[in-house]
Design a protein around this ligand. Structure first.
Ligand code: SF4
Ligand code: SF4
Ligand code: SF4
Length: 346
């Protein structure tokens, strides 16, 4: 097995090589919008329906995309959703990608983990599995997940993965429902020797769904915490920082990674499902090229206050969040302005 230092070197060298030759490194492959849970703050909830799931890519089409990702130079693939484990062909797709040599991360909630998944992960371990665990208390967990009995199942999944030493990390979305409970999640992670990542910025859902916004933390919360302010996609390519007032001074314009949705559309930002570049029609290589051009060339077209606002690095605003909340890439968000104001009063 590679040790930590050699993996870091390997990762860095691969990223540099790909950067020099203009090839992407990573892809988030959203295998489905389907999910067994119904979290109150879910941003894909409007697509977690049988009629939307029925339109998703077939096994053969996903395999074709996996082939193309390899040819395009991608090495890191993240299977995500929804919950990718709800796909009946998950094991087949995972095995296919694993045998192509990808380093595979899986984002799941653990609710739909089955014995056959565990056996597969034992034989062919993923790079890591990241399980979302928004509470370590049954009542609160199920208030958030919306599904009775889900807590017991998820905890059993975490237990099984740990017993079989599958690389595991837990994540939690901090909302107004669980913000007082985060200490307990941290303790659980510590006691069980699991890395923990927290996210605390809720944005609207796809399809302009405002429901997740009901569960946002008060703006004052952000002035009290000391770490990361602002965007949840913090990697800003150096050359984009230099582009003054660019609409996308973020990973979306970097070309390092991208996302492919359950219908085959490619995007550099999981919140902006346009342009409607379908990798099956265009091919991954040309689609990535067009997508990067699109995000690099988009600039403000209005006199939005955000264009020149000095608070942009700290308020959490970005075009993706503006898009899902207002249908415009450029409109300021009251919530973000309130975060900037709360910082003033700190
Ligand atoms: S686990 Fe994720 S995809 Fe599933 S309902 Fe919750 S937020 Fe949505
Ligand atoms: S959302 Fe408000 S604080 Fe943030 S960049 Fe726009 S105008 Fe400034
Ligand atoms: S627009 Fe926002 S959500 Fe999209 S990649 Fe950039 S920072 Fe992330």
């Amino acid at each position: 097995m590679l040790n930590q230092i050699s993996y870091k070197k390997f990762s860095l060298n691969t990223h540099l090589d790909n950067l020099r030759s203009g090839r992407p490194n990573s892809c988030q492959l959203e295998l489905t919008y389907g999910c067994g849970l119904r979290c109150v703050h879910c941003y894909v909830a409007s697509y977690n329906r049988p009629e939307s799931i029925a339109r998703e890519l077939s096994t053969a089409k996903v395999k074709k995309i996996i082939d193309e990702l390899r040819n395009a130079g991608v090495l890191w693939v993240c299977f995500t959703g929804g919950d990718p484990l709800t796909r009946k062909d998950f094991c087949e797709l995972y095995t296919y990608a694993r045998e192509k040599g990808f380093l595979i991360t899986i984002f799941t909630n653990g609710y739909s983990l089955r014995q056959e998944h565990i056996e597969l992960f034992r034989r062919q371990p993923p790079f890591i599995i990241e399980i979302t665990l928004n509470a370590v208390d049954k009542g609160l967990y199920e208030k958030i997940s919306g599904v009775k009995g889900s807590f017991k199942k998820v905890m059993a999944s975490i237990g099984a993965l740990r017993r079989h030493k599958i690389p595991l990390k837990i994540k939690a979305m901090v909302t107004k429902l669980n913000s007082q409970h985060i200490g307990k999640i941290k303790k659980y992670a510590l006691v069980n020797d699991l890395p923990l990542a927290l996210d605390d910025f809720l944005h609207a859902g796809l399809g302009l769904s405002p429901r997740p916004l009901e569960f946002r933390l008060p703006p004052e919360y952000f002035s009290l915490r000391t770490k990361r302010k602002g965007n949840s996609c913090p990697v800003i390519p150096k050359e984009r920082k230099a582009v003054r007032n660019a609409l996308f001074p973020c990973v979306a314009a970097g070309g390092d990674g991208f996302q492919i949705g359950p219908y085959g559309h490619i995007s550099a930002c999981c919140l902006i499902r346009r342009p409607d570049l379908n990798v099956l029609k265009n091919g991954v290589g040309p689609a990535v090229k067009k997508m990067v051009e699109y995000f690099r060339n988009l600039d403000f077209t209005t006199d939005s206050k955000c264009k020149t606002c000095a608070r942009r690095d700290e308020c959490g605003w970005c075009p993706g969040k503006a898009w899902v909340e207002t249908g415009s890439l450029e409109k300021p968000l009251d919530y973000c302005c309130a975060i900037a104001k709360a910082n003033d009063n700190q």
